[in-house]
Design a protein around this ligand. Structure first.
Ligand code: UTP
Length: 228
């Protein structure tokens, strides 16, 4: 049976603000190429657009719920760009729920979505979508090249892992969003992946070779989180 994959792509990878159209076009080409071998869906993060809108909302007196709504809107704009590059042209009708995305996926499309409701991140959505479609693995395409014992950007002594268990990852990320030491994956997403025995492969989203290998389930330079 054809394997199913969910790619969770951070906004910081998708749209950092430098020649973003080139990366998004290349990513779309890669997804189209590998879609002959695996069934793919993608959840896009909000990155700095989300953070900027949330911060202006906060300055205007908006509460956390309202800030989340701006964050979600940004994730859907980012998803719209990738969706357009794939030739789907769903924007602005990007799936708003996991159920909607599952239905589209089952029709055979490369589904692209962003956030859903306030209170979690797009990693959490990626895990929910993975549960919904019965995915074999989640690809965490992020701005670090692997899972570390601590944030490698602030702690040069952080240990790098090539393979860990989901129980190890659960200990690393903590229980609440924001409590994570490495910030590598949303704790809610980890819990869902553990419950459904879905492996999580963390790779740098701009490392084409590793991203491709992860999607195809081949050996990676990043971290393989074993959920079995
Ligand atoms: P992200 O998931 O992109 O946040 O959503 P992030 O972890 O900062 O990821 P990067 O930087 O893209 O890698 C942006 C914000 O949108 C809200 C949250 O406030 C989140 O921080 N959000 C997102 C939700 O409330 N619900 C969702 O389903 C998704």
């Amino acid at each position: 049976m054809t394997e199913k994959v969910v790619v969770s792509i951070g906004g910081s990878i998708l749209i950092p603000g430098i020649e973003d159209h080139e990366y998004i076009k290349k990513l779309a080409d890669l997804l189209i190429e590998v879609s002959s071998k695996v069934k793919i869906s993608v959840v896009c993060g909000g990155g700095k657009t989300a953070r900027y809108y949330a911060s202006v909302c906060r300055e205007l007196g908006g509460d956390v719920y309202e800030q989340d709504l701006f964050g979600i809107a940004a994730t859907r704009m980012n998803a719209g760009l990738l969706d357009m590059a794939l030739g789907n042209n769903n924007f602005p009708n990007i799936p708003e729920t996991v159920e909607e995305a599952v239905n589209l996926f089952e029709k055979g499309n490369i589904v692209v979505m962003g956030g859903t409701v306030p209170g979690h991140t797009t990693d959490g959505v990626a895990a929910m979508l993975a549960e919904g479609i019965g995915a074999d693995r989640i690809i965490n395409a992020t701005s670090v090249d692997a899972v570390y014992s601590d944030d490698p950007k602030s702690n040069g002594n952080a240990e790098r892992y090539s393979r860990i268990t989901i129980q190890d990852l659960e200990k690393l990320v903590g229980t609440e969003h924001g409590a994570s030491k490495s910030g590598v994956f949303d704790p809610l997403g980890v819990r869902i992946a553990k419950k459904n025995k879905i492996d999580i492969l963390t790779v740098h989203g701009r490392d084409w070779e590793d991203l491709r290998s992860a999607i195809l389930g081949q050996n990676i330079k990043g971290t393989f989180v074993d959920s079995h």
